[in-house]
Design a protein around this ligand. Structure first.
Ligand code: GLN
Length: 466
């Protein structure tokens, strides 16, 4: 088997045909991780023994004729999804030794299918960042050029799939954290409709934006994994039944041209060439107006910190993880949080606490929420005339490690094309859309397809044509 090109669909066929066993497949991945991950650092922990046990159980299921789409398929899990008994740290020092007390709903669903869990992947601490450099455990490197970032925050998951160290992976996307690393690493990344996948057992960053999704080698694999994890869950009050707003034969694409005027010329060239491919396949392309998109980044960087500051308040040195002893309780809180949180996490907590404070909530937080409704309405209006909206996933290809370390705003600007989707709650997929050359290396860029609420099947249909 060639792990660099193997897909879930092909592995399924081969496993069911008994061409190789789930144990052999798993061992091949464990070997690949042992050989390569010293260089890339996609994994924070590899579960060698339990992966082999799960593979044996999967082989028994297959032998008994009880194989399901993901039985025996080795996948990687971002380090912010709970697996009972395992450490889950959100790449933070504050949760370094925290063991999950239950399975996230996505994990229970995959366990029921007999999936093999290879390990937990690196990420930006608490899913805050765009490069995986905010991990407390050191950055992940981009498999296409190890002097560059893999994107973030699901950078470990994207790099693991791109480097043939997992057949597919789970990620989470609050403002682009599946799509942007997928783009930088040349894989497919799906951010489902808000509520399509249960968030129960996902360590919360910004609850109204967070969504679990899939990273895979191609669109079909992203769909197979999504189908396995989607669906209503009583444990998540925001989760929804599988929506049925599908368009039979989506052919009408909209491009928000006015939003793309300053686009980097090389990214534009790749984008236009992918558009041309779709036109050649019978797609029509029109301009769509999304006037409020210009506020999306500002709105996101108010709402995200506000919700992050609230969610992370539970990490107080008493209830979970790290606890720094002190004489008075207030000092336990402050010392634990000072020792446990990295710089970006502290920045979000400070900004979030500020925008929610009584003197400023009207000026910032409530204003941002109103503007968010305009963004949602703009998308809804655009989808009256087109089946999908397309634009680049990112304004640039993978940047150098350290390049944006001292300039958080330049890092935030990386999210300009991805955050509007989370604010609107609609689904989007990033598929590989060409390459640009940097320092003699070909770096992948992403083509983003955004669907109407519940429109995942539309994204898969179009994505397969790219
Ligand atoms: N880069 C964005 C942020 O830092 C998105 C992160 C994410 O999607 N988790 O908030």
């Amino acid at each position: 088997m060639d792990l660099s090109t193997l897909t879930i669909a092909e592995a399924r066929r081969a496993l069911d045909a008994k061409e190789y066993s789930a144990l052999e497949l798993t061992n091949a991945y464990l070997d690949a991780i042992a050989q390569k991950d010293g260089e890339f650092h996609a994994y924070l922990e590899v579960w060698t023994d339990s992966a082999r046990e799960e593979a044996k159980a999967a082989d028994a299921m297959i032998a008994a004729g009880k194989s399901q789409p993901l039985t025996g398929i080795p996948i990687a899990v971002k380090d912010n999804m709970l697996i009972e008994g395992r450490i889950v740290s959100a790449a933070s020092k504050i949760l370094e030794n925290y063991h999950a007390s239950y399975d996230a709903t996505v994990i229970s669903k995959l366990k029921a299918q007999g999936v093999v869990f290879l390990g937990r992947t690196n990420m930006d601490e608490f899913a805050l960042g765009s490069s995986t450099e905010n991990s407390a455990y050191g950055p992940t490197k981009n498999p296409h050029d190890t002097s560059r970032v893999p994107g973030g925050t699901s950078g470990g998951s994207a790099a693991a799939v791109a480097a043939g160290m997992a057949l597919a992976a789970l990620g989470s996307d609050t403002g682009g954290s599946i799509r942007q690393p997928a783009a930088f690493c040349g894989v497919v990344g799906l951010k489902p409709t808000y509520g399509a996948v249960s968030r129960s057992g996902l360590i919360a960053a910004a609850s109204s934006l967070d969504q679990i999704g899939t990273l895979a080698k191609n669109v079909n694999d992203a769909k197979i994994l999504f189908d396995a994890i989607r669906g209503h869950d009583a444990m998540d009050s925001t989760s929804i039944e599988n929506p049925k707003s599908e368009i039979r034969n989506p052919k009408k694409l909209g491009v928000p041209r006015e939003f793309l005027t300053d686009l980097n010329p090389e990214i534009r060239t790749q984008f236009e060439s992918t558009l041309q491919t779709l036109k050649d396949k019978g797609y029509s392309v029109t301009d769509v107006a999304l006037p409020s998109l210009q506020y999306a980044l500002a709105v996101y960087y108010i709402i995200n910190p506000a919700e992050v500051s609230t969610n992370l308040a539970r990490l107080d040195g008493i209830r979970y993880g790290l606890s720094v002893p002190a004489d008075v309780i207030g000092e336990v809180y402050s010392k634990t949080r000072a020792a446990g949180f990295g710089a970006e996490t502290r920045r979000r907590i400070l900004v979030g606490t500020f925008v929610l404070s009584s003197g400023y909530a009207d000026a910032y937080y409530r204003k941002a929420r109103s503007a968010r409704e305009l963004i949602r309405a703009d998308f809804a209006k655009a989808f009256e005339s087109v089946d999908a909206i397309v634009m680049p996933t990112t304004p640039s290809p993978a940047f150098k490690l350290g390049e944006k370390n001292n300039d958080p705003v330049s890092l935030y600007l990386e999210d300009i094309f991805t955050v509007p989707v989370n604010l609107a709650g609609v689904p989007a997929i990033s598929v590989p859309g060409g390459t640009v050359e940097r320092d003699g290396k070909k770096l992948p860029v992403g083509f983003q397809i955004i669907g109407a609420w519940g429109g995942e099947q539309t994204l898969f249909a179009i994505g397969k044509d790219v």
